[in-house]
Ligand binder design. Structure first.
Ligand SMILES: NC(=O)c1ccc[n+]([C@@H]2O[C@H](COP(=O)([O-])OP(=O)(O)OC[C@H]3O[C@@H](n4cnc5c(N)ncnc54)[C@H](OP(=O)(O)O)[C@@H]3O)[C@@H](O)[C@H]2O)c1
Length: 314
């Protein structure tokens, strides 16, 4: 039997529990991956708590989209992977598990230089950052403001944008500023007076914004800085982004991601692995907890008490 974290009702982290499930089988085009690390993302907690609406629960609902592990079984028609390959997973259904079946196209091979925990920390954060920056057309010469620059998405966005030649200003609590400087960003503390601090820190006017904070302060500051609303995007305030005239990439937006945007999210996985392999990208890892402690992982994530990507280990 395999083991998976599931929930049968919306609620606090306590609704998460470990369950035995039949060993997954690989259908055509799929492989079975033995999970060695699962990355916890805020969306996992938003779905569990009901902050992000979802269809009624009719059977135990699996948790988690990101992970990494070892290929254990190959379905028919899979010829670019082999049993024993180390892989990172994006867009999995229920990566908080000891094993899952998943379409081979959602996997990317991990070189030995990239750890399982790093592999499990790429799918959503780097995918979202990369797609959002590509959609916004961030390029050399831009001055990009990243709200929540110290978060998993924020740090990925900082690194991509710096690599593409943009100047990046990133908001974070002061304890994270040195780390953001190391990634090449100009750090600014969020909170009262943010607009003035960003203006003072920016070597030239901000031209484009990625909001990963979703606060009124982040939205208002962005609107005050950048006149062209097409160059302001939020990944958090999807439901009301349109009322500000700004763009939203999901985050509860009624506008689905385009084929191109989905393709960019997919493309980010192998690209980020390549950058990790060459030492041109870093991932801040946080606490690693046993799979059975998924509830504690969600508590930590929702309290904001831990910095770095929280990883569950089956
Ligand atoms: N739309 C999408 O497809 C998509 C994809 C991924 C994530 N998201 C959403 O994007 C958000 C960030 O995700 P993540 O994975 O990067 O989260 P994360 O790693 O948990 O980071 C959250 C960050 O928020 C920062 N923060 C807390 N309060 C803040 C405030 N008042 N102003 C500005 N920043 C503040 C924290 O900064 P300090 O630690 O420095 O205080 C922390 O770095 C979440 O809401 C998530 O649900 C959306």
């Amino acid at each position: 039997m395999a083991r998976a974290i599931v929930y049968t009702e919306i609620g606090s982290p306590a609704v998460l529990h470990l369950m035995e499930i039949p060993d997954p089988v690989a259908a055509r085009g799929e492989v079975v991956v033995r999970i060695e690390a699962a990355g916890a993302n805020p969306i996992d907690a938003k779905l569990r708590s009901g902050k992000r609406p979802s269809p009624p629960i009719t059977e135990p609902r699996p948790v988690g989209f990101d992970g990494a592990g070892v290929v254990e079984l190959l379905g028919e028609g899979v010829d670019d992977l082999a049993v024993g390959d180390r892989v990172a997973i994006r867009d999995g259904v229920g990566t908080y598990a000891s094993a899952i079946a998943i379409a081979a196209e959602k996997l990317a091979k991990l070189p030995d230089s990239v750890t399982m925990a790093e592999g499990a920390a790429i799918g959503i954060p780097a995918g979202t950052a990369y797609q959002a920056l590509r959609s916004l057309g961030v390029t050399a010469g831009d001055v990009l403001l990243v709200h929540a620059g110290s978060g998993s998405v924020g740090q990925a966005a900082v690194q991509f944008a710096v690599a593409w030649g943009a100047t990046v200003i990133a908001t974070a609590s002061p304890a994270r500023h040195d780390q953001l400087r190391e990634l090449g960003a100009i750090p600014v503390a969020y909170g009262d007076g943010l607009l003035d601090r960003v203006r003072a820190a920016a070597p030239s006017p901000v031209t484009v914004v990625l909001d990963g904070a979703g606060t009124d302060e982040a939205i208002e500051t962005s609107l005050a800085l950048v006149a062209d609303r097409d160059r302001i995007a939020t990944i958090v305030r999807g439901p009301d982004a349109a009322s500000f005239g700004i763009r939203a990439f999901s985050g509860g937006s009624p506008v689905p991601l385009t084929e191109q945007e989905l393709a960019w999210r997919a493309e980010a996985l192998p690209k980020t692995i390549e950058l990790l392999d060459t030492g041109d990208f870093t991932i801040e890892l946080g606490p690693q907890l046993p799979l059975a402690e998924a509830a504690q992982a969600h508590e930590l994530m929702e309290s904001g008490a831990a910095s770095g990507k929280i990883i569950l280990v089956p």
